[in-house]
Design a protein around this ligand. Structure first.
Ligand SMILES: [Zn+2]
Length: 395
């Protein structure tokens, strides 16, 4: 099956180089994005479209691809974003996706075998969630009386950043969620989409939720990276989930400055969130709990409660790392300084954590994760927040 072209001229397509070897194998070399003033680099997102000519006339429809350049550097150390459980998603129309196994082979590469039955086929690391998907969601909900979409700043490249409020601003409790601080990680976008749609479904349960709490969402923090199909850093080489121990650099990280300004205004109005969660994808899917330098209670008790409610009401089973209450003492020393979780806790006193969503496998459902699975998690989290605030008895 001859490949005629790899097309990347669309939203969220990944930058790459490619060539066809003598035996017909297609070698796809992803491009790294880099962190400024740091050895860190990352590649791991792929999203492109294969073009072939006349598949009907060609008796051999098989195509072998090798993906390479997964030699990432993370926190100054080598790390690979792919594993024996990696998948590749395929779609003919960019909307309906299915998953294939991607086999890890020598040299930290992935081998993908494809049956080309059409002349155009999209491939992606995960089921994509693009800026246009977010725009569709915002259009759908914008006129709802419980929704407010407020512009809060711009990305490095001038894309609008928004804060989405779902609920009544005078509800007794507030939750803040941020999704997509790392461009390759669409899981958080699917989760907040599920959560928002559930909260607006006008049932007894969700009306009780809206009586108790109001949700504030930064739905897509790294819009430039999502548009350009980058992996981890913003266009100035900043990791938006680092350096939260200090004020954001307005030139290098306007995306974080926008969120800080929101938090500063909330603090001035004495209405900071009671709980904040940064949503990510990784290969293990745990809650990352901070280790407060002083006065760890009631933070750790609240996080323990949150984890327990996640296990009770959602498909989440992966557990946590970090906080000293965590049962796995072997990892209790885990610390990732400067993350959203640590920064919001230290600087604003907000109970904050990171929720990673395993990109390869959902243990609680025994399946490869699709967008709808993360939407389901968001739907189920309505009840988690309701119980969390009902049990906490905050004043
Ligand atoms: Zn991440």
């Amino acid at each position: 099956m001859p490949l005629s072209y790899i097309y990347t001229g669309f939203e969220n397509a990944s930058p790459l180089d490619w060539e066809v070897e003598a035996d017909g194998t297609v070698r796809v070399s992803l491009l790294y994005d880099h962190e400024r003033s740091s050895p860190n680099r990352a590649a791991g997102h792929w999203h492109f479209q294969l073009h072939t000519e006349n598949p009907d006339l060609n008796p051999d429809s098989r195509l072998k691809l090798i993906l390479e350049n997964f030699d990432n550097i993370w926190n100054g150390k080598p790390g690979s974003p792919v594993s024996d459980r990696s998948n590749c998603f395929i779609s003919t129309d960019g909307q309906n996706w299915s998953a294939l196994p991607a086999e890890k082979i020598g040299g930290n590469r992935l081998q993908i075998q494809i049956e080309m039955t059409t002349d155009r086929l999209y491939l992606a690391r995960l089921e994509p969630y693009r800026l246009s998907d977010l725009e569709n969601l915002l259009t759908l909900i914008a006129s709802h009386p419980y929704v407010a979409v407020t512009p809060i700043g711009k990305t490095v490249e001038g894309r609008r950043l928004e804060l989405v409020r779902v609920g009544r601003p005078d509800a007794p409790y507030r939750v803040l969620l941020r999704a997509r601080s790392h461009p390759w990680e669409p899981g958080g976008n699917w989760l907040v989409q599920g959560l928002i749609q559930k909260l607006l479904d006008d049932t007894d349960l969700t009306n009780r939720c809206l009586d108790h709490y109001c949700v504030y969402i930064i739905p897509m923090a790294s819009k430039d990276g999502v548009a350009r199909g980058h992996t981890r850093f913003n266009m100035m080489g900043v990791d938006l989930n680092r350096n939260w121990e200090q004020p954001a650099d307005p030139n290098h990280a306007p995306e974080n400055l926008a969120l800080e300004t929101v938090l500063d205004n909330m603090r001035d109005g004495d209405n900071l969130p009671h709980l904040a969660i940064d949503l990510h994808n990784d290969n293990s899917g745990k809650i990352h709990i901070s280790n407060p330098v002083s006065n760890p209670q009631p933070y750790l008790a609240n996080m323990q409660q949150f984890e327990q409610l996640m296990r009770q009401h959602t498909w989440f089973t992966e557990g946590s790392i970090g906080g000293n209450y965590a049962p796995a003492k072997t990892v209790s020393g885990f610390r990732n300084p400067g993350t959203f979780g640590e920064g919001l806790l230290q600087r604003y006193g907000i109970d904050a954590c990171i929720l990673e969503l395993n990109c390869d496998w959902i243990a609680g459902l025994q399946k490869v994760p699709f967008g709808r699975d993360w939407e389901l998690l968001g739907q189920q989290m309505c009840q988690v927040f309701l119980d969390y605030f009902s049990l906490r008895n905050l004043t």
